[in-house]
Design a protein around this ligand. Structure first.
Ligand code: N01
Length: 583
């Protein structure tokens, strides 16, 4: 897709206006004003929509989270509608269509658990699912449970305002429609706001450019082209071997080297699949007693420093041969908490890179030294390091010699000019908070989420934000979502929300809000847990440092799914401790 198309896919730039409302007179009028619209300027059908459409719950997002929430709410007899910016379901798996896109969690784990027939009947062809396969699965779930009818596609929510007097959220869409409901749920995803750095000259670039997170639906052909790819995170490392096979020449612009392990992908052994499926219910349950939400990895008991050099090396070799992130990080019990232990694992991987990449200068550039292994997403690849042995691939180090500008026919760094026909931005996302902050969320007579999160996100359990009643976030900042098997965390959050709404309905309660005290304690706990690990030593998107101007705050909860789930269960068992509920 050429640049113009990409711009269309992103949609109109969303204005950022703080909410400060002294008086609240006419709700719809107010919403229209805030979006520079007049009711009379809307087509009659949309004007009709603005006053007639009432629901119990409004859901923002039609990905894995939004779909399961629709399913659960329907089961409770609640009416709900989901809004999705894309033209179909899938969220992450709808937008990220770049070559080589694949999940780094194994297929038999990365799926819904809520319907046993579904998990027994669906067959995954490979150990790790490809993007098309996962999207096919999500579409299958959508049809199987007839969820599409409750989703408004090609519809982006621009603002959300809560009226305490009416106990009502009012959401505006970019199509000029208005929807109202007592509850609103942000199922907006954690990696759904692609970041393209503001390189000067991009608008004058004569070739095509793409972002991995907004990849065109039509096939992109790189055959015979000189391609430049910027970024060596998961998206870059997955796509580089595929693009290198097509391009006449591929220039990889690397600012920070990343750790990657061989995925050891392959066809799924039918026997393994059958055995796993026969144990599904026990495995899914056991997953909640593990830090990453995936069962089957016995917790290590020894420190990397408490074994002999020989035993340590044997352990790493075995994990390297096995493939998989958890397996490797579970080599020893202190790889994410003890720098000296971590150094042994990091050096093992650096040695593997040095052995794989033939040019010693390139190998050294690819060997990560800026952060402990595992403190950025540990990547799984197929033939990534081997790709640098090809004659048509050049690694361009931009760690010290930054990209200066995009020229009409290439990329200029402080080191020279690289002529390219196409540019791929594998430059990541405004993670965890980007999609929520893109919506102007506020409460009448109160601050906006943008105001409240100015110095970093605050949240109670990653599920709610104090001061914003009847608003839920699925796998929001402060929850273990991105550090876990994402679908398991999504299901746990959706179940929490659905059960909470049922609890309220059965007691004629209409408003729920996290208390500021409970939120403060949770935020402190999240930070304390992170500070006891090596995670904050990396300049990662977990810390928000990849987005200029974003507050540097460690956002996910890294205390583990097991600990987190117990906390959520205790909150519920204690009568929704930390929340105030009213009739
Ligand atoms: O993004 P990233 P991603 N000049 O932020 C570089 C999930 N995911 O899309 O590190 C030059 O990790 C930046 O450099 P630096 C997964 O959770 C999962 O790859 O900031 N370079 C970095 O190399 C993952 O963690 C899967 O120095 C610039 C890269 O761009 C998350 O998504 C697959 C630059 C961005 O890496 C995000 O991954 C894909 C600049 N101005 C994604 N700006 C699987 O399941 C940025 N960069 C396998």
């Amino acid at each position: 897709m050429p640049t113009g198309g990409l711009q269309r896919a992103i949609g109109p730039k969303i204005r950022r206006i703080p909410v400060h409302k002294p008086l609240f007179i006419n709700f719809c009028e107010e919403i229209l004003k805030r979006n520079n619209m007049k009711a009379t300027s809307l087509p009659p059908t949309q004007r009709q929509t603005a006053i007639d459409q009432d629901f119990d719950v409004l859901i923002v997002g039609g990905g894995v989270a939004g779909l399961y929430l629709l399913y659960r709410l329907r089961g409770l007899g609640l009416s709900a509608v989901a809004f999705e910016a894309g033209s179909s379901v899938g969220g992450t798996w709808y937008w990220n269509r770049y070559p080589g896109c694949r999940c780094d969690v194994e297929s038999l784990e990365y799926s819904y658990s809520f319907a046993n027939d579904l998990q027994q009947e669906w067959n995954w062809p490979e150990r790790y699912g490809t993007q098309p396969e996962i999207l096919k699965y999500i579409n299958h779930v959508t049809e199987r449970f007839n969820l599409r009818r409750d989703i408004r596609f090609n519809t982006r929510i621009t603002s959300a305002l809560f009226c305490r007097r009416k106990v009502l959220w009012t959401l505006c869409t970019d199509r000029g429609e208005i929807f109202r409901a007592p509850y609103c749920v942000m199922a907006t995803g954690n990696l759904s706001t692609p970041q393209t750095p503001e390189f000067s000259g991009l608008d004058r670039f004569k070739g095509d450019w793409f972002h991995t997170g907004l990849w065109p639906h039509d096939e992109v052909k790189f055959s015979g082209k000189r391609v430049g790819i910027i970024g060596t995170g998961s998206s870059g490392i997955q796509s580089i071997p595929h693009i290198a096979q097509q391009a006449s020449h591929l220039y990889v612009f690397q600012r920070t080297a990343n750790f990657s392990l061989p995925a050891r992908n392959g066809p799924l052994d039918p026997e393994i699949e059958q055995r796993h499926k026969s144990e599904y219910s026990a495995r899914r349950k056991a997953a909640f007693d593990t830090p990453f939400g995936i069962a089957g990895y016995p917790p290590p008991e020894k420190s990397a420093l408490d074994v002999s050099d020989k035993e340590r090396l044997q352990t790493y070799e075995q994990k390297w041969a096995e493939g998989g992130q958890i397996s490797f990080l579970y080599s020893f019990n202190d790889l994410l908490t003890n720098k000296a232990s971590n150094d042994t694992a990091a050096e093992f991987v650096r040695q593997k890179i040095r052995k794989t990449v033939k040019d010693p200068i390139v190998a050294e550039l690819l060997a990560p030294k800026s952060h402990p292994i595992g403190t950025k997403r540990l990547i799984l690849d197929t033939n990534y390091y081997e790709t640098y042995n090809r004659n048509n691939v050049t690694l361009v180090d931009v760690s010290n010699h930054a990209i200066e500008e995009i020229t009409p026919n290439g990329i200029r760094t402080e080191d020279g000019h690289f002529t390219v026909d196409s540019i791929v931005f594998a430059t990541g996302f405004d993670a965890m908070t980007g999609a929520i902050l893109d919506i102007d969320i506020g409460v009448e007579d109160g601050p906006s989420v943008r105001d409240v999160w100015k110095h970093g996100p605050t949240s109670y359990l990653g599920l709610t934000i104090a001061g914003f009643p009847n608003l839920f976030t699925i796998t929001g900042p402060g929850s273990p979502g991105v550090k876990s098997q994402m679908i398991l965390s999504i299901e746990q959050h959706v179940d929490f929300i659905a059960n909470c709404l049922q609890h309220m309905k059965s007691r004629d309660l209409i408003q729920i809000e996290a208390t500021f005290d409970a939120e403060d304690l949770w935020v402190k706990h999240v930070r304390q847990v992170a500070d006891a690990t090596l995670y904050p030593l990396a300049n990662s998107w977990y810390m928000g440092v990849n987005v200029p101007g974003k507050p540097k705050v460690f956002m996910p909860y890294v205390g583990g799914v097991d600990r987190y789930k117990k906390k959520c269960d205790a909150v519920v068992d204690g009568g929704y401790m930390g929340f105030s509920m009213s009739a």
